[in-house]
Write a protein of this length. Structure first.
Length: 122
């Protein structure tokens, strides 16, 4: 696995919206979001074009669980509502189908907006 990019958002005090494009690996997203200290942060968008979830490795699953936990914390403590942008893939919805398994707490509580790319408004 490649090294996670090092990006520190702690000094980005006017940061309102942040978007991350990723496949199945999300550890680097969690690490970067943890550095965000801006009181202005309102939106976190995860753009995932990973195709299927049929066979997911335990380490990848755990990374999504960690991200789920962090995003729930941000929603409950700072009202930062996450969005997940997904692309429909041959016969299924890819990430939309997988969201309840990968982001169980967010989806159970209705804290995440699932959006197709053509619905996306930056």
């Amino acid at each position: 696995m490649s090294e996670a990019p090092s990006l520190d958002l702690s000094k980005a005090v006017k940061l309102k919206d942040v978007a991350f494009r990723c496949g199945w690996l999300t550890q680097w997203v969690t690490t970067i979001v943890k550095t965000a200290k801006s009181e202005n942060l309102q939106q976190i968008t995860i753009v995932s074009f990973a195709a299927t979830v049929t066979q997911i490795e335990e380490t990848v699953y755990q990374q999504w669980q960690d991200l789920d936990h962090l995003l729930v914390q941000l929603w409950t403590s700072r009202s930062i509502r996450p969005r997940v942008v997904y692309k429909r893939t041959g016969g299924g919805d890819g990430m939309r189908d997988a969201a309840s398994r990968l982001l169980p707490e967010l989806t159970r509580r209705g804290f995440v907006d699932m959006i197709e790319p053509d619905e996306l408004k930056w």
